[in-house]
Design a binder for this molecule. Sequence first.
Ligand code: TTP
Length: 259
Amino acid sequence: AVNKSGKHTWDPAQDAPARIKRVSIEGNIAVGKSTFGRLLQSACPDWEVMTEPVSMWQNIGTGSSKDPHGPPQTVSNLLQMMYQDPQRWSYTFQTYACMSRVKTQLQPPPAHLLASEGSPVQVYERSVYSDRYIFALNMFELGCIGPTEWAIYQDWHSLLVEEFGHRLELEGIIYLRAPPETCLQRLRQRGRAEEEGVKLDYLETLHLQHERWLLEKSTEVHFDKLRQVPVLQLDASVEFQRDPLVQQRLISEVKNFFS
Ligand code: TTP
């Protein structure tokens, strides 16, 4: 919508102005999605990167803090629970992770993007689609999400995507691609406590899920529009965190792809 002064405004019942592109960064655990998001954010003033709410999954408040006679407020670390007992907690984890993504993807674009005269882009770390076609599918194939849970997950996921329709759609995907061995090295370097037990074979299965979804365009992907979203594949096996030349090359690949 455009108000009297000619500025673009956000009507939550409507789609974001069509000229704001929505792009997600996808790739294996620890490949460097957050680092790359920060690079994009600083190199492109018209790009707004929405970070992934990992800390929300690590700190879920349980019990009531409002009722003085109620149980004391405690905090659950769902990420840790999922890694410690995947059979018990994977379905719950994916439900919560997906819900937090829907909330993020439905947020209005920030004012500076609405006001931008250039080609604004809203960027997400992962999406409701990787929730389903990477993690939940993987956990189902590993037997950590049971057939009944999987049927229910797919049912409500399809309902959400159909109901929120174009507000969850993406105009592009950046696929940060690196060998699982490189991701394991980066994962060990960052030392997130919950991930201590992650083994190479788990990263290998996640790598294959990314390849099936993003490169082979697997028929598992049920949304036709999603299968047509352009995918920019970037070589993230090179060290890009500290090398400004590599950073520049990657950023210009992204700018060219989305210009
Ligand atoms: P990632 O989404 O891969 O985030 P990251 O911080 O590892 O990414 P990067 O280093 O590339 O910036 O996963 C965060 C943690 O949550 C990781 O341990 C994997 C786990 N996870 C799941 O188990 N299921 C999910 O659906 C998601 C999104 C994450």
